[in-house]
Design a binder for this molecule. Structure first.
Ligand SMILES: [Mn+2]
Length: 270
């Protein structure tokens, strides 16, 4: 099928892939703009990326074998049923290929909780590196325990370590939780690392289409400098969430696709 392509110019079966892409278009807990079409538009932006990175002098599409597994069919309005589907998908991924690096596209940030709970069956002592304008450390929101602004709290309760970057808006109760439980430095992180990137970590000038934008955010260059300091050889997975793009080639989805490229470029050179 020489002239036919899906997301990547050549797609490998999951058992042979280095990287697997999976969309999770769940946005039932979103309180701002819908993020249901994030996977669609980030994927379209990935399709248009040149693989070569002039800074890293590497081409991810030549160095890595990719598989796009498609989007999980989420159950709108039901976190319980959606979580089961995320759990089954993550199990299928690692039972098929224990060495693959999964990259998930969201979707609201609650999907990260479902992914991490599933990863616990395969990895011990996971540290979460969490880029976000918000801490997401509320125990509940308006009486609901599971929401895009509570997921990080539940990871702490389940024994994950978390290091947060880029936060600039939080509730007082979250500050107490943060001070008590979160890591305060990224140095000395050992063991498996999971990276979660809420696109609202960026200033709305660079990523305006997000669920809940906050002014005074990161510049892309600050993010790209920081990501080089992370021990990428230990990453076991990554997600890009809260992308509220609703058109092709808008700022947030393009930036998300470029993060995908840069992180994988750094990972391949690890
Ligand atoms: Mn956020």
């Amino acid at each position: 099928m020489l002239y036919l392509r899906k997301t990547f110019s050549y797609e490998y079966p999951l058992e042979k892939a280095d990287v697997v892409l999976a969309g999770i278009p769940f946005d039932s807990t979103e309180t701002g703009k819908s993020v249901k079409y994030g996977p669609l538009f980030i994927r379209e932006a990935i399709k248009n990326l040149p693989g070569y990175d002039p800074e890293l002098k590497t081409n991810i599409f030549e160095k890595l074998k990719f598989c796009d597994s498609g989007d999980i069919e989420v159950v709108s309005g039901s976190w319980k049923l959606t979580k089961e589907r995320i759990n089954d998908t993550v199990k299928w991924i690692f039972n098929t290929n224990p060495k693959v690096l999964p990259v998930f596209l969201g979707g609201d940030h609650l999907i990260t909780l479902g992914i991490l709970e599933s990863l616990k069956d395969f990895f011990k002592n996971i540290t979460i590196i969490h880029f976000d304008a918000h801490r997401d450390l509320l125990p509940e929101y308006m009486g609901e325990r599971f929401s895009h602004i509570t997921w990080a709290y539940h990871t702490l309760k389940q024994g994950f370590q978390i290091f947060q970057i880029g936060c600039r808006s939080w509730y007082e109760t979250e500050e107490r939780v943060y001070k008590k439980y979160a890591l305060k430095t990224a140095k000395n992180i050992k063991g498996p690392v999971y990276i979660t990137i809420d696109m609202d970590v960026f200033d709305p000038a660079y990523a305006p289409e997000v669920g809940t934008p906050e002014p005074n955010g990161m510049k892309p260059e600050e993010f790209f400098n920081f990501i080089k300091e992370i021990p990428l050889k230990n990453i076991i997975g990554m997600d890009l969430v809260e992308c509220a793009s609703d058109k092709i080639n808008t700022k947030t989805s393009l930036l998300a696709a470029n993060i995908f490229k840069k992180v994988l470029g750094l990972w391949v050179k690890k």
